[in-house]
Design a protein around this ligand. Structure first.
Ligand code: ZN
Ligand code: ZN
Length: 245
């Protein structure tokens, strides 16, 4: 999910928002200095650090993780420097680094923070979209270009050994090797049952392209091995299976 897609969704969902890039001074002084627009969001909630130091609970947008921020007034060194509000980094320190774009927004009840520079993987993206109003999503989905341009991408792949692949298929009798899986696949044109080949320890993690690291899996178990919540446990089950072969 791109930065602009997130901003677009925030724009369509919340009354206003404000972004500031984390400066060297913010990190050096262990305190984030909000910009004018960000201060206005806190003013809306009548949180004024010039009155007194306050611990404020804000939520991370989309995740609802709660961060406690210490909001206080600070007199900077040097003559005639104005008093400025700062945010203690107790909970922020692991959240921000120099150059990150920090977005603040609110829904009239809660103040939200979001680090726009954090990368979003597929699972976070799904989580974000699941919290967007479905009618808004429908409107946006209806407005996309139905004829996207072709993009050529470079991907890194490992060539597979066909002998190994076909041996494992025959070893499995074209049935899923995940213990206790009873899925019976569909037949292909050539009469064989459809089955997929999976490396239990991925080659990218140093696994071998060998009999003792390769299994035949049904499409459902295969996807589960890559994406399920309990994928580590599933992987262990296959390792046990291979060890006992
Ligand atoms: Zn796989
Ligand atoms: Zn299976």
């Amino acid at each position: 999910m791109t930065r602009n897609e997130i901003i677009e969704l925030v724009e369509a969902t919340f009354p206003n928002y404000a972004i500031k890039t984390v400066s060297k001074t913010d990190v050096g002084k262990s305190a984030y200095v909000p910009n004018m627009q960000q201060k206005e969001i806190f003013n809306f909630f009548e949180i004024n650090p010039l009155d007194r130091r306050q611990d404020i609970q804000i939520k991370e947008l989309f995740s609802n993780r709660v961060l406690t921020i210490s909001y206080y007034a600070s007199q900077r060194e040097g003559a005639n420097r104005p008093i400025e509000p700062r945010m203690g980094l107790t909970d922020l320190i692991s959240y921000i680094s120099i150059g990150d774009e920090i977005l603040f927004t609110h829904d009239q009840q809660n103040i939200f923070i979001y680090n726009l520079s954090r990368s979003t993987d597929d699972e976070i993206e799904e989580k974000i979209y699941s919290q967007i109003d479905i009618n808004l999503l429908k409107t946006k989905a209806n407005n996309i270009n139905p004829h996207p341009n072709q993009v050529v991408q470079t991907i890194t792949t490992y060539p597979r050994n066909n002998t190994l692949k076909n041996y494992v298929k025959q070893r499995s009798n074209y049935l899923c090797e995940m213990p206790n899986c009873n899925y019976r696949s569909f037949s292909k044109k050539n009469g064989e049952l459809y089955i997929e080949i999976h490396h239990v320890i991925p080659l990218s993690e140093g696994g071998e392209d060998s009999i003792s690291n390769t299994v035949a899996l049904c499409p459902n178990c295969h996807r589960a091995l890559h994406y399920a919540n309990n994928r580590e446990e599933l992987r262990q089950r296959l390792l046990d299976y291979l060890r006992d072969l």
